[in-house]
Design a protein around this ligand. Sequence first.
Ligand code: SF4
Length: 398
Amino acid sequence: MLENEGFEKKEFDSQADVYVINTCSVTDNADKECRQLVRRIQRRSPESLVVITGCYAQLKPKEIAEIPGVDLVLGAAEKFNLPLHLKELSKGDSAKICSCDIDEVNGFHSSYSINDRTRTFLKVQDGCDYNCSFCTIPMARGKSRSDSIENVLSNVREVVANGSKEIVLTGVNLGDFGKGPNGDKEDAESFFELVQALEKMEGVERYRISSIEPNLLTNSIIEFVANSNKFMPHFHIPLQSGSNKILGLMRRRYKRELYAERVGLIKKLMPHCAIGVDVIVGFPGETEEDFNETFNFLHSLDISYLHVFTYSERANTKALDIKPVVPINTRHERNKKLRNLSYMKMQYFTQQHEGQTRKVLFEGHEKGGMMEGYTDNYIKVTVPHKAEWVNQVISWKL
Ligand code: SF4
């Protein structure tokens, strides 16, 4: 949007007229990080405008506006009007806040990443109607809204014209795709219909589905991916806990049995498929026994890697009422145990494919004379840099 208004993108650490900090509410210490960045900007360029946007800006606009050096705070809806706000903004003493109540946020703004020509992240859905007891995302992003299939296809055409070979479909609750731009069209379209339409698009080599809730990853979607040449054999499915007691306290919409069924079907149809798992440790009420249940469950599942998150308290969430809290050092110990398990899972998954020839899409970034790429099933491959391999799919023996 800003480039269309004549702005030129600069590295964050160089001189610029405007600095935009996009904050995250999932990250711990969003407030502290934001303060540090603003201080850095002030030292380097005291006259520049500083705009703060993103989830944390929606959740805590006043706190952010009080940070010395901030000129504008934009909430979830207003961030899309950034060019307009900049026209009216001048360096002043106090920050302007443009944010509305999250319940009033409507409409869908599609976007895709353009930094890396090899892989493009395409946003097709935003917001979430679930109410997991630990999560602030629905308060920061609003209700579940989606692009239309027609618009997604048109974005895909643009992405392909830019030369990108792989498109990663993203959303806050991706599997809930289809409720329309205002979130009021219950099941107008569906994620399954979206993937079917995408499969028919000419010119796309690869799609990946980013993260999808286990209850929304239906058997039809799994079977479809198993028979597709374009959707890569790779799923990322949040589990969060392997204990049904904790899943209930978290207000997740499935039990561990359903999760195991999904993994079982995926591996039956695609034994080579990569499966990534999100898991939270140290959720309130998680006893040693509950944690061991999670550990043993993950150990028994045929999965490839874990993303382990240590639970941390978030304002205005239901989880704050759940007792007893888990001591911080116990949370960290559990995190370490699961990270070790993840390392072993990843090693095992990679070893299983040793000697196989798989298709690797190589990326442009060169580091120490080497280049990287990923196989269809998300195994990272590092080879000496060859310019002619950049953004090409190459058959490679692992
Ligand atoms: S489904 Fe995901 S985004 Fe939605 S409330 Fe639960 S954790 Fe948050």
